[in-house]
Design a binder for this molecule. Structure first.
Ligand code: SF4
Length: 198
């Protein structure tokens, strides 16, 4: 996170989507105003949170758990649209620990929906495809030799072999490989599948 700010380096990869059911829409996390200095959050209905605690997420990551008071949320006409559970009596939010980290993730999630981001990500997709081909066809994950010099030579020969295989595929009009569908993804009903799903 700090690499982008301190060193001008940006990591170009997709952020995992938020798993909260109310992640988007009028009561998604972005609709809440965070006051990091006062450690308070204001909801779209103008109510201010009452709890701000440092906790660990289910994945063991440090997070800030923000809670609104049931006394405020229970009478709220938006309660059912705002919370995930049908029995929840108040809204909770999990924030990243730190304003910079939170803003970086928020910006990255917003950026990855744009055409510019998708266009740039195609470059990485090509690199991933090349690595996959080198691993699957030439056993790139395992060195056949001992010592860095021979291993380096193996990598260079692997690169040359892939170039030859690609020239051959181009000259013989060999169709490109398709993105693999995992066994698990294949079990999903057809109307739930999305383009490019693995
Ligand atoms: S349910 Fe609570 S947090 Fe959500 S909009 Fe209503 S008062 Fe605000």
């Amino acid at each position: 996170m700090t690499a982008r700010r301190d060193h001008g380096i940006s990591l170009h990869g997709p952020m995992a989507a938020s798993t909260a059911a109310s992640a988007d829409g009028p009561f998604g996390q972005d609709a809440f105003t965070i006051d990091w200095d006062r450690e308070q959050v204001t909801c779209p209905n103008g109510i201010t949170s009452t709890q701000w605690h440092r906790r660990q997420s289910q994945q063991g990551l440090p997070v800030i758990r923000v809670r609104f008071s049931p006394a405020d949320c229970r009478p709220c006409p938006h309660l059912r649209d705002c919370v995930n559970s049908p029995t929840a009596q108040r809204r909770e939010l999990n924030l990243r620990q730190g304003r910079d980290e939170h803003e970086t993730v928020r910006t990255a999630r917003a950026e990855q929906g744009t055409d510019t981001w998708k266009e740039r990500y195609k470059i990485r997709a090509g690199v991933e495809g090349t690595i996959s081909q080198a691993v699957g066809r030439c056993g790139l994950r395992r060195s056949r030799y001992r010592g860095l010099a021979k291993t380096s030579l193996q990598h260079q020969l692997t690169g040359a072999a892939i170039n030859l295989a690609r020239i051959d595929a181009h000259l013989t009009d060999t169709p490109r490989g398709r993105t693999r569908t995992s066994h698990f993804a294949a079990l999903r009903p057809a109307d739930h599948k999305v383009d490019g799903a693995k």
